[in-house]
Design a protein. Structure first.
Length: 564
């Protein structure tokens, strides 16, 4: 399989090979300006041709062509500003520029241009797009045994694998044995510095990927900046806010997402679009190119990108117009837009901000810079989506986010025949009594414990949300009813065995009831599916709680002696 450098060289060869046609386009555009000197559209089209060429040529190593085209583009802009059509001396200068561009392309065909960034630099810039293993391995390095034990317990509740050590030497040996998916380390270890451990981790092959959280009794600004300088992603002061630390680590682990991010490229220049596609695909992104701006809406709806890269100067509409169109729709409020353009003036940067753009890169752009910008914007958007779509306490989907995902499952089931799906409603038994007897903080811990059980045992593809209050909802796709019942019974038993602690230190247990409804495409939409699951849950509670029932009135009975 060809490497990234090979792909870029191939795109560059195609660009240079198409130079003759680009020169012909420039000459035709010039002829149209001379035929209709006072009409604005021919001059605008000429400027667009120079603009496209200026960005693409620089990218593929034809610096002279890029500078010539950029100067000609500026001359077009000045002529548009003054109006009245281009004078003869300006038209003559354009012809001279096109002649020099043609000569430069002819020379380049004898010595093809190459890219100027290595595959390694591109891949290093794409670290935020990488994925961690499903069973993430966390290394905890702290000389306080109680902290190691508590963090180990909390992480395991989250479904994470934990290795806990108390010294610098033991931590280094653990990294030698296997690169962890995440590291939590104290700044001061008995036999060395946590900073040194982080720097050593970052210097190893693949060491740029694991998120690093540093903890310390020190809380000064310099301690935090030193942690960042060493390569840490987050810093927490002791005594630790345990829930905040666990939540932050999960956010860092999840930043790659379950699937490769999707990038929509809006670029009418075929060669430059090929360059952007090759660059981003080499970094692991899924890329779709829209070369016809008038079909942008269709591409946006069909591809549902995680980020948009677009030029500003486009035929028929501008990139600013498309950005404003995107920002009018609430569902795209967190969708990042990166402008990639030859427009380098301050006014263009200001217009980018006004239109709702998130970043502004000037052509020609280094591949590593493009990937780094895309990765950073995707990470920021992912974090904002998490804040908007996740419940603050349980970190499960909010009610509205769950409903949106469930509706997508229903739409897919109605379009495509295949394995069935189960909707499960879960409700904590006598939760008001838990709050009244043990306090609301203890009640919150029960909610968190149940969400942890669900996260540990359900698949990434399953949709899990906090439906409201003490009620949870799960969509189990591609599952049979018997398997769904068995799964929920296992979760019921595991949760019932957990001992929770009240603020007084007293221990207590909690249970839940669950109702399961299988999706029937012949009779159900989302509303009826929800009604069926809700009815099954109601029957489970009426039957005595702490049990699982299906909407077909099948009862999964409890073992004798279990608490109700």
């Amino acid at each position: 399989m060809p490497g990234w450098d090979d792909e870029l060289r191939e795109v560059a060869r195609e660009f240079i090979g198409g130079g003759e046609e680009r020169v012909a386009q420039l000459r035709r555009a010039l002829e149209e300006v001379e035929r209709l000197p006072t009409e604005p559209r021919p001059l605008s089209e000429l400027r667009r041709h120079f603009h496209r060429l200026a960005g693409a040529a620089g990218t593929f190593g034809l610096g002279e062509v890029s500078e010539l085209a950029r100067a000609a583009e500026r001359l077009c802009a000045q002529t548009e500003t003054h109006g009245g059509g281009p004078p003869e001396m300006v038209r003559a200068e354009w012809h001279q520029v096109v002649d020099r561009i043609e000569a430069a392309f002819r020379a380049a065909r004898c010595e093809p241009a190459t890219g100027d960034a290595s595959a390694a630099s591109v891949r290093a810039a794409a670290r935020n797009g990488r994925q961690v293993r499903e069973a993430a391995d966390i290394l905890v390095a702290d000389d306080d045994e109680s902290i190691r034990d508590l963090l180990s317990r909390l992480f395991r509740q989250e479904g994470l694998s934990v290795r806990a050590v108390g010294t610098m030497a033991a931590a280094a040996a653990a990294v030698d044995a296997a690169m962890p998916d995440g590291l939590v380390v104290d700044i001061e270890l008995p036999d060395g510095s946590g900073y040194a451990l982080v720097e050593d981790l970052r210097s190893r092959p693949g060491g740029d990927l694991p998120p690093v959280v540093m903890v310390s009794l020190k809380s000064g600004f310099l301690d935090r900046t030193e942690a960042i300088h060493a390569g840490a992603d987050a810093f927490f002061e002791k005594p630790l806010d345990w829930e905040a630390l666990v939540r932050k680590l999960q956010q860092l682990l999840d930043r790659g997402g379950a699937e490769a991010p999707c990038v929509l490229v809006v670029e009418d220049d075929a060669d430059y679009a090929a360059f952007v596609r090759a660059t981003l695909e080499s970094a692991g992104y899924l890329v779709e190119v829209c070369r016809e701006p008038l079909r942008f809406s269709e591409a946006l709806a069909a591809f549902r990108p995680d980020l948009i890269v677009m030029d500003i100067v486009l035929p028929d509409v501008s990139g600013y117009d498309l950005a404003r169109y995107v920002r009018q729709d609430d569902q795209y409020v967190t969708l990042p837009i990166v402008f990639l353009t030859g427009e380098a003036q301050l006014a263009a940067r200001i217009d980018t901000v006004k239109a709702g753009g998130d970043d502004f890169l000037v052509k020609p752009v280094l591949p590593a810079l493009l990937v780094a910008s895309v990765a950073a914007r995707l990470e920021r958007a992912r974090f904002l989506k998490t804040l908007l779509n996740r419940d603050g306490l349980t970190r499960l989907l909010t009610h509205s986010s769950f409903m949106e995902r469930a509706q997508a499952v229903v739409a897919h089931k109605l379009r495509h025949a295949g394995p069935s799906a189960a909707l499960v409603f879960i409700d904590l038994d006598h939760f008001k009594t838990v709050n009244d007897t043990h306090g609301h903080q203890a009640g919150d811990r029960v909610l968190v414990a149940l969400s942890g059980v669900l996260r540990r045992h359900l698949r990434r593809s399953d949709v899990v949300g906090r439906y409201g209050g003490e009620e949870f909802a799960v969509v189990l796709d591609q599952i049979q009813e018997d398997d769904a019942v068995r799964l929920m019974l296992r979760l019921l038993d595991e949760f019932a065995a957990i001992e929770h602690r009240a603020s007084t230190g007293a221990g207590f247990h909690a249970t839940f009831s669950a109702g399961i409804a299988m999706f029937d495409p012949a009779t159900m939409d989302l509303e009826r599916w929800i009604q069926a699951a809700d009815a099954a849950l109601y029957r489970a509670k009426r039957a005595g709680r702490n049990r699982v029932m299906t909407h077909t009135e099948r009862v999964a009975a409890l073992r004798p002696g279990t608490q109700t």
